[in-house]
Structures are given as C-alpha cells and as structure tokens.
Design a protein around this ligand. Structure first.
Ligand SMILES: Nc1nc2c(ncn2[C@@H]2O[C@H](COP(=O)(O)OP(=O)(O)OP(=O)(O)O)[C@@H](O)[C@H]2O)c(=O)[nH]1
Length: 590
C-alpha cells in the first residue's frame, strides 16, 4: 500500500540521520566510568574528587539514565586520547531539558577547571545551547584524562553524551536541522493541506486534525527544547514547567479528534461514555497536578497518563476496527504506532529501555506515522461518508418507489371499489327495491332506447302496461306485507314469462311496464296472455286469486315515449272498465 511505502521511506531517512549523528570522535575512546549521587540545589561543588560515594559502573556507557530523580548526579568520564597531541572536541548532552549541567576538567595535578555551567534553568546566555543541545568545547590532552559532569533536573535525568570533533559537531547540527525540518516540515505540510481541505469542504474534522497535529508539534517542540530556544528563552522556568500541560492538551485534543473521526458519539454511545469518563479522569489528574505543584510529580503524572491515553485510544480503535471501512483500519494502525512510540520513549526516559537515538525519538517516529495515517483516515472517512450517503439515498429512493407502487395499487383498488360502488349505485338508481325489476326511471330509459332504435333501425316494439286488479282490497284484507309478497310474486311471474331481451319495470304501485323489442302487437299479446293465465292460476296464499288487467300498444310512426305509454294506458283503462282480468289492445280486446 502507498501509505506504508511512504512511512517506510520517512522512517529510513530518520534512521540514517540517527546513524550519522551517533558517530564518534576519531582517535579518542571514552566512557562514563563512575557516578556519584549528590544533593540537589548545590550549584558550587568544585571538588568532585572529594566525594566519597563514587560508584564505578560495571558497564562502561555513553549515557546516564536515572529516570525521574530529585538528586543531582556526578559523572566521571574517562578519556583516552590515542594521538600524541591534544585534540579539540565538542562535548554535547543530547537532551535539551536538563536544568543544570556543570562540566569540569581535571588537570594532571588533580586541579579542577570548570569548563561550562549550562542547562535550561540557567540564564539563556549562559545555557550554552547549540542547536537545541547544550554543548561545551573541550581540549582533550594526549593520553588518559578525566572530565567531570554534574547534572541536575526536575525532568527525566537522562544524560546521553556525545563527544565529537568540531567538524562533526557542525554535521550533527545539519543532521539535526534535517531531522527537525523533516519532522516539523512534514507535519506542517499535512496541517496546511488539511486547512485547505477544511476551507474547501467545510468539514470541521480537518480543523480538529490540524489542532491535534499542532498540539503535538507544540509538545514536541517543548520537549526538544525548541520552545525554550525560539520563544521562551527569557522565561526558562515557564519553558520547563509547560511540558506536562502540553502533554495534557495533546491528550484532550487527541480524544476529541478520534471521537469525531470515528463518529463514536452517535455510533458507539457506550464507548463514548467510557472516553468521556477517561477525559474526566484526565481533567481531575491535571487539576491535582496543578495543585500539588511539584515538578517531579507533574513529569511523572504526564508520562503515566499519556500511556493510559494511548491504551484507551488504541482499545477504542481495535473495538471499531473494520466497522467504518478503511478509516477505522488506518486510525487503528496510526494510534498503535503512536502508542508504541510513546511507550518506547517513556521506557527510555525512565531507564527501562537503553538510550539510543531511535528509542529516544520513538515518540516522534510514532507520531509522524500516526499523523500520516490519520490524514489518510480523514480522506477515507470522507469517502466512507459519501458512500453511506449514497447508500442512504438509494435506500430512500427505493422506499419512495415502493411507496409509490403501494400507493398506485391502493389507488387502483380504491378506483375499482369506487367503480363497483358506482355500478351498484347506478343499478340501485334504476332498480325497484321490492321486486328487483327496473324502476320507473329505468323503464323510461329503456323505452327511450327502443324509440330511438325504432327511428334509427326501424325496429318495432310493443309495450304492455300491467295492473293488478283490486289490489287495494288485498292490502286492506291481508295487510301491506301480504300485498308486498303478491307484488314480488307477480313480478317474478312476469320476469319468468318474458324473453331475456324484454325489459320489465315496476311503473309504480301495483303497475308494471314491459317493453318487448322486435315484437308486434300479436307477439306481445301472446306473452300478455301467458302472464295473465299464470298469475290467475298461481297460488298466492292467503289471497284466493289475483287477476291482472293488461293494456297493449305497438309503436307506430310519429310516436314518442309519451304517446306509446298513453296508448297502452288507455288500453289498460279499457281493460279495467270492461271488467278486468283481460288484455286490451288498439285493434281488439279480449
Ligand atoms: N302492499 C303494497 N301496496 C301498494 C304498493 N304500492 C301501491 N300499493 C297499493 O296498491 C293499491 C292500489 O289501489 P287502487 O289504485 O285503488 O287500485 P286497485 O285496488 O288495484 O283497483 P283497480 O286497479 O281499479 O283494480 C293502493 O291501496 C296502494 O296503497 C306497494 O309497494 N305495496
């Protein structure tokens, strides 16, 4: 993967700088031979030789590591100049934070000559810094000689010593420049890039990223003595005491940034609660640290919390690993590298891991890798969010389509229902409720159709007007219910007697109108007579006999709906007046 390749190349550059920086002084062998503990705050001890507690080291070394210590320490450097002439050299202490460093050279007569009084709690002019490291020029006599160093610091008492030629010293300065240039330059470029991204996309995560990197740069600049060098050299105490606060600031911002990046608040509420709980603990620890106001306590606490901070972030990332696509994967790798870096540096500072340029600078390597990976994670997050939004949109669109289809089905169903109701209503509007024959309005429509067909296609038709005789008596004698039953029975006989194409309607009361298409008077008469007989012979208990009077009419030219009915009506009247129970038509009557 591209990211890994770049991280690897970057690490190689750092590593080569490191190897160059550690090369020694040709012709001189030297080591820390012995150490002696001393009381702190005694700035004028001139005679280390008089100290009784010298402790000769089993393992000759170039680094003294005592962790956090309230004591001051003396170091005896044994030097052997194999050349026959004195050599000019530069002695460097490769950490910038030691408070007081006094360097003495022992003469042949055991007299002590003080070469330097350095350290970052000394006034800046006297601190004797060169490119962030305290240094002193030394002339190393031929043969065996001794240098004595007295070091004291509220920060980690780690004293990596380098003895180089003046020319090598210049090279170290260049390497150091390259190292810091790469470190801060790289981080600055990523930050500026993210500021641009913020300006374009307005995603505040980019700003939090910049803040995150900025707090690291600030912490690291303070840790590397750059703050003291370039900003706070008038205030050495502030420059020294600000480290732990910057450590805390870096942790606060880191927690916020990672929470936002992985959307922990919304997606993992329980993890968010835990992170909030840890942040609360951090704040309390920070307040306690300020209240205790002890440099040793502050240094220890800030280092310990940064370890926990790394663990909390790392376990969070492991929990979310893979759940947010590439973002969570990159974040996990990034946080892991930072955690490992911090761990190695912390262990180096507290003297568990041997001091080398690499172990000492691990925190910076780790963070650079972290920063690069997190920057990629941000980009991946943008892509991830875009994908999520796209998926959401597709889902919503599908839902919308589904709803549309459902709605269409519903509308179809409702329309069909409505149509069937309408049909029912239409049928009801033209149907007689009691007999289920057409009602008068339906009969009128049918009759009008027949008139139209007659004039258009010359299709003749006849009509019968049927009336039940003495129906009032039925009602009066047996009640309306029986009357209704008689009406229904008569209607049924009529319906059963006529052709399917004949139209039967209840014209009103006990009167029925039958339209017989394609039938002349004779045809109609046959049907009428069948109805007449059937009704008369039917048993309509409790009514003895029911008879009908029927008037017939056949359409003739010039007729309209009213005249045809009037003709049938007058024949019905005639049938009634002639004695009922008969059929009457224009031509003849029976
Ligand atoms: N049971 C019942 N009776 C009805 C209905 N519609 C009309 N009638 C009755 O039918 C009777 C019609 O009486 P009239 O007009 O005197 O006719 P009629 O008794 O048949 O005498 P003629 O027609 O002269 O033979 C009235 O008593 C109405 O109340 C109905 O839907 N049900």
């Amino acid at each position: 993967m591209h990211i890994h390749r770049w991280v690897f190349i970057l690490s190689l550059v750092f590593f080569s700088v490191m190897v160059q920086a550690d090369s020694g002084l040709a012709g001189v062998t030297w080591h820390i031979e012995a150490i002696a503990e001393d009381q702190p705050f005694r700035q004028h001890v001139d005679d280390p030789i008089a100290l009784s507690n010298w402790q000769v080291l089993d393992q000759p070394s170039h680094v003294l590591t005592q962790g956090f210590s309230a004591s001051a320490y003396w170091l005896r450097l044994s030097l052997e100049n194999l050349q026959e002439r004195p050599l000019s050299a530069v002695l460097m202490i490769e950490v910038p934070w030691l408070d007081y460093i006094d360097v003495y050279q022992a003469g042949y007569d055991e007299s002590m000559q003080r070469l330097a009084a350095m350290g970052d709690l000394r006034p800046y002019q006297r601190a004797n810094f060169a490119f962030t490291f305290p240094k002193v020029e030394v002339v190393i006599p031929a043969g065996q000689s001794y240098l004595y160093l007295r070091v004291e610091s509220q920060e980690a008492l780690i004293v990596p010593i380098a003895l180089v030629s003046p020319q090598q010293h210049t090279e170290v300065a260049i390497y150091q420049g390259v190292y810091f240039g790469l470190l801060y330059g790289g981080l600055l470029i990523i930050s500026v890039y993210n500021v641009f991204l913020f300006l374009i996309f307005r995603n505040r995560d980019n700003l939090y990223y910049v803040l995150f990197v900025a707090t690291f740069i600030l912490g690291s600049a303070s840790y590397n003595g750059l703050l003291y060098h370039f900003g706070l050299h008038q205030y050495p105490k502030v420059a020294t005491e600000i480290h732990p606060h910057l450590f805390f600031l870096y942790q606060y911002v880191g927690l916020i940034f990672i929470s936002r990046l992985l959307n922990i608040k919304n997606d993992y509420p329980i993890v968010y609660k835990l992170i909030k709980g840890f942040a609360g603990l951090l704040v309390i620890t920070h307040i306690v640290m300020i209240a205790v106001n002890s440099a040793y306590f502050s240094q220890t606490v800030s280092v310990v919390t940064s370890g926990f901070y790394g663990l909390v972030l790392f376990s969070t990332c492991v929990y979310i690993f893979g759940k947010r696509g590439l973002t969570s994967v990159l974040a996990t790798y990034g946080v892991f590298s930072s955690l490992i870096g911090t761990l190695i540096t912390t262990l180096t500072v507290v003297s568990v891991v041997p001091y080398t340029f690499a172990t000492f600078r691990s925190i910076e390597f780790g963070f650079v890798i972290d920063a690069v990976l997190l920057s990629f994670a941000l980009a991946a997050n943008k892509k991830y969010m875009f994908k999520v939004r796209e998926r959401m949109q597709t889902y919503l669109l599908q839902q919308e389509n589904l709803k549309k289809i459902e709605l269409e089905a519903l509308v179809k169903e409702r329309t069909e229902n409505l149509e069937s109701v309408n049909q029912k209503l239409t049928r009801l509007a033209v149907t007689d409720e009691l007999t289920q024959l057409l009602n008068r309005s339906g009969g009128n429509t049918s009759l009008q159709d027949s008139i139209n067909c007659y004039y258009r296609y010359n299709r003749i038709f006849s009509i019968m007007m049927i009336d039940i005789d003495f129906f009032k008596k039925v009602n009066d004698s047996y009640g309306h219910q029986v009357g209704d039953a008689v009406l229904v029975a008569v209607a049924k006989i009529i319906k059963d007697s006529v052709r399917a194409c004949d139209v039967c309607c209840r014209w009103g009361g006990e009167e029925f109108l039958i339209v017989c298409p394609e039938s002349d008077m004779a045809g109609a008469k046959r049907v009428a007579s069948e109805i007449l007989t059937k009704v008369r012979e039917s048993k309509m208990h409790p009514v003895e006999t029911i008879t009908l009077s029927i008037g017939l009419a056949e359409v003739k030219p010039g007729d309209d709906i009213n005249s045809v009915i009037a003709n049938a009506d007058s024949q019905l009247y005639r049938a009634k007046t002639e004695g009922r129970n008969r059929i009457s038509s224009v031509v003849e009557s029976s």
